[in-house]
Design a protein around this ligand. Structure first.
Ligand SMILES: [Zn+2]
Length: 196
């Protein structure tokens, strides 16, 4: 059971992990807390945006779109490795996923297949959206992958979590394919190495 990090602590831990952080508008107050709960938090979820262009991607994740109001995550990791903070609190990134997966994340055990949509993920996961088309061809620059590693590790460090508390959207919600272009197994190995 973990209470969400304060906005200041969230910002500080990312900087302490060596990341360049961009604060976008009123990110500290921008959230979906009026439509549902935020916390307890149990993990970090990684996504790709399926969009092109850093500025447009950050705006999309801040504002959302018709049918899915923003913020769509907490931080947007652009191809240059910067982390743009767009929201703090409940955000629209995880949707409904599998309660068996959530139990495994809490226990930090190997993940079962995600074959149910019965649990509110926006309540329990920090979310990072990564600028990538997700077509399997758009490259993931090393500086961006390293930022994913650092951002996830920073939050795990704050909560005393291991790499097993970091999952991909595709491991949470049936039908999702993100992130595409690297494996979550490889990313978790990087995070584990960083947390040693
Ligand atoms: Zn996603």
């Amino acid at each position: 059971m973990a209470s969400p990090l304060s906005a200041n602590r969230f910002l500080d831990c990312l900087r302490d992990e060596g990341l360049t952080v961009v604060q976008v508008g009123d990110w500290r107050e921008h959230n979906r807390n009026h439509v549902g709960p935020w916390g307890p938090v149990h993990g970090v979820m990684i996504h790709h945006t399926a969009s092109r262009g850093s500025a447009a991607t950050v705006q999309l994740c801040r504002n959302g779109y018709a049918g899915l109001p923003g913020p769509l995550c907490h931080g947007v990791i652009t191809k240059d490795g910067r982390v743009h903070l767009v929201g703090h609190g409940r955000t629209n990134h995880a949707g409904s996923g599998d309660d068996d997966v959530l139990r495994a994340v809490i226990a930090e055990k190997a993940l079962p297949p995600d074959n149910e949509q019965n649990t509110d993920g926006n309540r329990h996961f920090y979310g990072f959206e990564c600028e990538n088309l997700g077509d399997g061809e758009d490259p993931w620059p090393e500086v961006q992958l390293e930022a994913v590693e650092r951002a996830a590790a920073a939050i795990c460090r704050q909560h005393g979590w291991t790499h097993r508390s970091v999952i991909g959207h595709l491991e949470w919600q049936p039908g999702k394919v993100d992130p595409r272009g690297f494996t979550m197994t490889s990313m978790r190995a990087r995070i584990a190495e960083r947390l040693k």
